[in-house]
Write a protein that binds this ligand. Structure first.
Ligand code: NDP
Length: 331
């Protein structure tokens, strides 16, 4: 039997992580997006180290992608960032440069690169919008990561302008979902809370959460992020009016912002873990108090009919998955 190769090959770097999994799930759950003519190749470190130019080149040579979604990065929570400023800066900077060079060398016309709302300056008037990324210094707590990602924004913009590529940067808020990194020392806040509650329940102990719990965060389910990315790819990174998207924040509506304490309540309720067993270590940093991002531009792209997955439903699915797969999850 001859297997017909599809006309588009999408290379997803960091494809076996949280957001890569969101893309996979979105493809399965939302066939109406219409990606039948796209083959997806998900690569991770087993396929090559993107910090190594030759490995990166070999991956592009092997798959000859027509499209690229570059998700691979050194990623982690607040405390992991604070403890490895150099790693977060250099690894992201050089990995991103290698991938961008390969996209250019292989004339990949449509590509999506990944920033984060962590790149924003601290002293901005909220909400963040796409044009504010470089309007001041990033927060000290994740300065290395932020600069590594900001340089990616510059590179992508310069290439887009110089070569007329349809290259975009997405700027996601906190992501969550199945396949996250649940390592207590490196995880983002939500997977860290889930893992801490799980362990405390197993040992009949208490869970210590860091900070005062008053910081506010927005969350986006990885499947929703995946849906948006697929739609961007399908529309060749163009807005409905035909303009290039450029940079776009990926987040839920502004009203959906939660304190870390609310998060602890929600997770506790789902896991039947009582808040009386939660201690708050207030000697630990809260990070940036609030970093509300606007999804006005995103709404203009996905439309007002786009329904985000409810945080309650997303959390339930995530926690069920984590509990069922505890032995094999990243932790
Ligand atoms: P994960 O940690 O879940 O996945 C990261 C992926 O990158 C893994 O597949 C990992 O490979 C790969 N990777 C890391 N270093 C290298 C390397 N040197 N060479 C090859 N591959 C490498 O991250 P997420 O899915 O959470 O993040 C995806 C993107 O989204 C990142 O760019 C991140 O900065 C951004 N982002 C994430 C947010 C979040 O809350 N998680 C929020 C905002 C932005 P392996 O599987 O082998 O470990």
């Amino acid at each position: 039997m001859t297997i017909q190769k599809k006309s588009n090959t999408v290379l997803v770097t960091g494809g076996l992580g949280l957001l890569g999994n969101g893309i996979k799930l979105a493809l399965e759950r939302y066939p109406s997006i219409g990606m039948e003519d796209y083959d997806f190749v998900y690569v991770n470190r087993k396929d090559g180290d993107l910090l190594n130019k030759q490995d990166c080149e070999n991956i592009f040579e092997k798959y000859k992608p027509t499209h690229v979604i570059h998700l691979a990065a050194q990623v982690g929570g607040l405390y992991s960032n604070m403890n490895d400023m150099i790693g977060y800066f250099r690894n992201n900077l050089f990995m991103n440069d290698n991938v961008v060079q390969c996209c250019h060398k292989h004339t990949v016309k449509t590509a999506i690169f990944c920033l984060s709302t962590c790149v924003y300056p601290v002293s901005l008037k909220l909400p963040y919008t796409e044009g504010m990324i470089h309007d001041g210094a990033p927060d000290k707590s994740n300065e290395g990561y932020a600069h590594g990602k900001r340089m990616l924004e510059c590179l992508v913009r310069y290439y887009r302008e110089a070569y007329n590529y349809d290259w975009s940067c997405i700027v996601p808020t906190n992501l969550y979902g199945m396949n996250d990194n649940y390592n207590i020392h490196h995880a983002h806040v939500l997977p860290a809370i889930i893992h801490k509650f799980y362990t405390a329940k197993e040992t009949n102990g208490d869970a210590t959460l860091f900070g005062t719990g008053t910081a506010l965060r927005q969350f986006l389910y990885n499947v929703d992020a995946g849906r948006i990315i697929l739609k961007m790819l399908k529309q060749s990174n163009k807005l409905p009016n035909g303009e290039k998207i450029g940079n776009m924040i990926l987040c839920d509506d502004i009203a959906k912002e939660y304190t870390i304490r609310q998060l602890s309540d929600m997770v506790g309720k789902d896991m039947q873990f009582d808040q009386s067993h939660v201690t708050w270590d207030k000697t630990k940093s809260d990070g940036v108090h609030q970093k509300t991002a606007s999804n006005d531009k995103l709404r203009g792209f996905i439309g007002n009919d786009f329904k985000y997955i409810d945080m309650e439903a997303g959390l339930k699915e995530t926690i069920n998955w984590f509990t069922a797969n505890y032995n094999s999850v990243r932790k």
